[in-house]
Design a protein around this ligand. Structure first.
Ligand SMILES: [Zn+2]
Length: 105
């Protein structure tokens, strides 16, 4: 399973902490492994995925302690936006407009 997807490495670049995959909605997401591994030394037959990220989140390597930020894609933001209810869309739009006004000032 892991080989079919693109490995995602920790902040040091030495260890694999997860794999990049696409959801059924074609949204890029990071499947985070319970334990990182060194691809030069280990070739785990199976990996244990503890959670799947769409949004922005720091990911810590349990081998070296380095932290790397997984960032949300535009497709991910659109996907999340499409799942808001009406009140959330209104609040989101207001905040976006406020940010836009701040940027113009
Ligand atoms: Zn590491």
């Amino acid at each position: 399973m892991a080989q079919r997807n693109r490995f995602w490495r920790c902040g040091s670049g030495r260890h694999v902490v997860g794999q990049v995959q696409r959801s059924i909605h074609r949204v890029p997401q990071l499947a985070v492994y319970r334990h990182a591994f060194d691809p030069e030394a280990d070739d785990p037959a199976e990996v244990d995925i503890v959670h799947v990220l769409i949004g922005r989140s720091p990911v810590k390597c349990d081998l070296c302690g380095s932290v790397r930020l997984w960032d949300i894609s535009v497709d991910g933001m659109v996907y999340l936006f499409q799942h808001l209810n009406e009140a959330q869309v209104l609040e989101f739009s207001q905040k976006l407009q406020a940010i836009s006004v701040e940027m113009e000032e």
